[in-house]
Design a protein around this ligand. Structure first.
Ligand code: F6R
Length: 260
């Protein structure tokens, strides 16, 4: 696992944008259609702003890219501003030259969410592997909406949010009562099929979850700890999010040597 501790979230955004841009450019020059795995929530926003900037000012093109979301609320109308397909359009893809029909997410409006989850798993298997999967981390260690206790081998499925996640996400809604209870999420096994996992965290509220994920035991009690088991995982942190790490000095030293 590579751990990058950067001065602030903007620097983290640039580091993540470097990773995504390299994949998009290399696939573009090889005539391939890269598959990106996108997260919603606050954590990836600095990276999305930087990708939009590079698209506008440096000609970074997303024309051939396919994008797959991690998760979706069950039961929000498709046009709801907090439905993740709306969020990703607003925060990223509408500002890029990606084909809107190439942006995919679980169908949270499906009358049978379990069927929608199974269909999404099949679509991902067919389109994959995802070249880079961006991830945020919940204050309880979730990735996607795999809450503590999720099987490390879970597939895409319908699951239930913890009350902690609902209250963490209430800031996006009118009230806590408006936050859905059920979601469709890529499973931990689904996420781990991606070639490169990139987890982004900023702020002191994430410090305990980050320490558990990076240096705690590999356990379903901290779903993000599954990154320890992945052959290629990068964790991009600002200083407050890295504050609970025991080996922070070594990560800084190793990253400085990598930069040469
Ligand atoms: C969102 C997602 C979640 C968030 C996590 C952190 O698609 O899968 O795991 O990444 O809840 O949310 P923020 O970034 O808003 O702190």
């Amino acid at each position: 696992m590579r751990v990058l501790i950067l001065p602030d979230a903007r620097a983290g955004g640039r580091a993540v944008a470097d990773i995504v841009a390299r994949v998009v450019q290399e696939a573009g020059s090889a005539g391939e259609r890269p598959v990106l795995g996108l997260a919603t929530g606050s954590s990836p926003l600095p990276a999305y702003r930087e990708l939009i900037r590079r698209h506008r000012t440096e000609g970074l093109s997303f024309a051939g890219v396919e994008a797959y979301l991690l998760d979706e609320y069950v039961g929000l109308p498709a046009a709801h501003p907090q439905a993740y397909r709306q969020v990703i359009r607003r925060e990223l893809t509408d500002a890029l030259d990606i084909d809107p029909s190439a942006v995919h997410g679980p169908d949270g409006t499906h009358p049978d969410p379990a069927t929608a989850a199974a269909e999404y798993e099949r679509a991902l298997t067919k389109a994959g592997p995802v070249a880079v999967q961006l991830l945020g981390i919940g204050t309880n260690g979730h990735i996607g909406f795999n809450e503590p206790g999720s099987s490390l081998r879970s597939p895409t499925r319908v699951t239930t949010l913890t009350e902690r996640t609902r209250s963490d996400n209430a800031r996006f809604f009118r009230s806590l009562a408006a936050v859905p209870r059920r979601v469709i999420t890529q499973g931990l096994e689904t996420i781990c099929r991606a070639e490169h996992l990139v987890l982004i965290a900023a702020g002191a509220a994430k410090a305990d979850a980050v320490a558990a994920a990076v240096e705690g035991p590999l356990t379903a009690s901290c779903p993000a700890s599954v990154l320890q088991w992945h052959p290629r995982a990068t964790v991009v942190l600002d200083e407050p999010a890295a504050a609970g790490l025991r080996h922070g000095e070594h990560y800084r030293y190793a990253a400085a040597l990598d930069l040469g």
